[in-house]
Every structure is written in C-alpha cells, then in structure tokens.
Ligand binder design. Sequence first.
Ligand code: CAA
Length: 257
Amino acid sequence: MEFIKVTEQHEPAIALVQLYRPKELNALSPQLMQELRDALQQLDRNDAVRAIIITGNEQAFAAGADIKQMADKSAIDMLLIDQFSTWDQIRKVKKPIIAAVSGFALGGGCELAMMCDMIIASETAKFGQPEIKIGVIPGAGGTQRLTKAVGKAKAMELVLTGRFIGAEEALSYGLVNKVVPVEMYLYEAIQLAKEIVQMSPIAVQLAKEAVNRSFETHLDEGLSFERKNFYLTFASEDQKEGMKAFMERRKADFKGK
Ligand code: CAA
C-alpha cells in the first residue's frame, strides 16, 4: 500500500491506520480510498483486532477529496467512475472505528471522520465542508451526516458558507467526542479503544450496528441523492472555475452557469 500505513501491534487488539499522503495534506484520491477500504476490510476479518483507529498527521487528518484529480472531469466521467461508492464499503465495517483528528478535516476528510464511530480531536483540529467554495457540494455524506450530527441550522450554515470550525466549536455541536492537546490526541484515541476492546466483541458489533440503524434509516436514499447532485455540479462552468482557481491560488469568479 502506498498511501495507507497499518500498525496492527500498536496495542493489543487495536489497529492503527494512518492516511499517508502528507505533501497533499492527505487528500483522498481514489487510490488512497481503495487502499483504505482494503485495509479496513482486512482488519474487519482479523479476529485479533477488536478496534480500529484512523488517523492522519498533526497537520492534517485529510483536506478532502483530491481536487487536482477531479478538476477536469465531466459529470458523466464522475458518474461512471463513481469514486464515492468505495466509501459505502467502509461504512459496512463491523468493528468500532475511532477517528483521531488533528489539523484539517475538510470536505471528504470531515466526511471520513464522520463515517467513523467516534472522533477524538486535537485542539488544532479544523472541521469544515468547503466544497461550496470550489463550485460543488459535499459528495461523500456531508449533507446527510453533518446534518444528523449538528442539526439543520448549523449544517446549513457550514455547507453554504464553507466556514471551518475549530475543535471546541465542533465539541459544542456534538460533532466530536473529546478535545485534547495536540500531543495527546492519538493517546486519547488509544485509551478509548482500550476501553472498548475490554468488552464482548459480539456485543460491541451488535451495539454499533444498532446505533447506526437509528442513525442511518433513510441514509441510503440521502447519500445517493447527494452523490448524483455532486456529480451534476461537474456539468457547470463554476466547478471548472472553482477548482482551477484553487490550483492557481486565486479567488474563484463564479458566473452561475
Ligand atoms: N486536493 C488536492 N490537493 C490538495 C487538497 C485537495 N483537497 N488540499 C490541499 N492540497 C494540496 C495543495 O494543492 C498543496 O499542494 P501543492 O503544494 O502541490 O500546491 C498542498 O496540498 C498543501 O496545501 P496548501 O498549500 O493549500 O496549504 P495551506 O496550508 O495554504 O491551506 C487548506 C490548507 C486550507 C486545507 C487548503 O489546502 C485547502 O483549502 N484545501 C482544499 C480543501 C477543500 O476544498 N476540500 C474539499 C475537496 S472536494 C471534496 O472533498 C468533495 C467531497 O465531498 C468528497
């Protein structure tokens, strides 16, 4: 694997999965996401593992889907590649997953953190759904999971303005479980995992499934609706302009077409 590092023996029964594309702030390319899916599915089948932690590095959990790899795609390209279908398989992992987040968790990075079962954040963590700033919308669950996590008013504000929120604000909305100093976030995630791996793995699996059931009723429909609309934004000139402006490090000039 090129973009994922797995440490199974970090602590007994706990696997640490690190996103590893540091130069790109762990931008979630299709290859990275496929590797992540493969790693998580293997760990899910491994009886020695009872809890999984996904992390990035101090600077970034992940800064979103890879804009450079998407910028020139058409709506039909996006529909055919259907890159977010990989994410559905990650959501089917039965073992508990904790996101240990420091630095940027934006766009797909925030969506990936929200797909995990719990989030431990460092004080430096920044969450956001900034897709609107590049002429698209969240495409991997943001409009659905953020709304369920923080409520309609805040989700609407964050999705429509693309504003980033700090860890303490995220905690006050109930988006994260705990905020700790940056040198502690991985340690705290491991402490939480250690507590969970003491429990019956069967009960843990069933409890996770049951909590998700309450959370996910109608989620399939919401996700596929959101995904189609995300792909559809690639039919607009604003998407091309937004992503191009990002790469050219200038403000986007949206024309509404
Ligand atoms: N895709 C591709 N490359 C990215 C990236 C992304 N999402 N985010 C950052 N990078 C790259 C930058 O292009 C840069 O690479 P180069 O040095 O080769 O130019 C490198 O990572 C470092 O980034 P910056 O120089 O921009 O770092 P910064 O500290 O000035 O800014 C940032 C950090 C605020 C996170 C800024 O990089 C940023 O705004 N990133 C994009 C965030 C974003 O819009 N995410 C949503 C993506 S779309 C999406 O995720 C859809 C979905 O729903 C799944």
